[in-house]
Design a protein around this ligand. Sequence first.
Ligand code: LLP
Length: 425
Amino acid sequence: MDYFEYRAGRLFAENVAVADIVRQVGSPVFIYSARTLREHYDKIAHAFAALDPLICYSVKSCSNVEILRLLAGLGAGFDVVSGGELFRVLKAGGQADRSFYAGVGKTDEEIRYALSEGLFMFNVESEAEFENIDRLAGELGKKPRCALRVNPDVDPKTHRHTATGKRESKFGVDLRRAEEFFARYGHAKAAKLVGVHLHIGSPVYTPAPYVEAITKTLELINRLRAAGYKIDTLDIGGGFAAWYEAGQTVMMDDYAEAIIPLVKDQKLKIVLEPGRYVSCNAGVLVGQVQYVKTGGDRTFVILDTGMHHLIRPPLYDAFHFVWPVAPGDDLSPVDRVKEPTLKGLQKCDVVGPICESSDFLAKDRPLPPVARGDLLAIFSAGAYGMAMASNYNSQPRPAEVLVDHDSFRVIRTRETYEDLMRGEG
Ligand code: LLP
């Protein structure tokens, strides 16, 4: 699952004590494990090897340039959704021709940038966007490859805010409209429509929604091919679940076993866009207890981090396991679950300093006794943690640290008050 573990009652990131990192770097801090990143990437590559897929890491999940550099070194391509993400990928030494450009609202400036860098493909979300890419490509004398994002109307059985492949979502076009789309643009002058893209949502906890979505999409591809269109690429998106809670997640091999037979002999280049599967378990957020406060029937553990650094709990009712960094041997967690059965725990709300009732990281959670100055780790925070962090309440964003075996280094310094005001006044 990952390389964050308790040894003799203290949390280690690989072979480095988390408390030692905080002593040197301060709190709050995101700590990533290089070994976990490598292993999760390798698990995907291994599970899907029979397809020789293009694995495009979804930059939005965790976009620190050093993490992108590490993944580029493993051979990853990249799924980018903005000019800013493309810039990061190129800075990290990522290959443009192994990268996709997705997203519903690409601006002219971003499209020109992506055209000039020669991306593997554009994922196109609407008629108006295709016409715009075709026009801009024509002006620049480019012939970009494009995949149409389809919306197969499948329920991924995940939080409503992260379901993207249902009829009512803003993403892609429905399957019937996809045929009209090819009829209209399949022989466009500059942009070449040669692929189909889908991403049904995330996290998707079973293979079944992928099977349903891919089956429907292959039927579409067969109809398009019969009508004379050349389709050489199928991008099946991301959404492969990470381990937030013990026992909840299927293995990468299970997804692969269900998906490979469907697409193996279809003469299609298969693209995968995993984000959280690679980055989620590779990161923890560590914060320090500022105060413990009781009120009503509650005990509040108030940290120096909160929704501004990890917005997933209030935004999606997401579960993140929270535990002290040095609980001692007796109170080291056995499993990362909502209701640990250890003795001597007390139910707490773990909250942050932000002036919002929605500023919580965990509610009603049994925790070992904690006191001012203790450190708490929020697990499975590598994906959509720092990437969605904000400066709300003029709070500087945390430092980021990458651990590799016995050593660590800061890969993003903590923001200062000066950083907060850059460009103002
Ligand atoms: N491909 C596309 C087109 C996507 O929109 C996304 C995520 C991914 C791939 C990667 O999904 P992943 O493998 O990371 O699940 N902030 C939310 C998730 C929103 C995901 C947006 N798109 C969260 O914290 O759960």
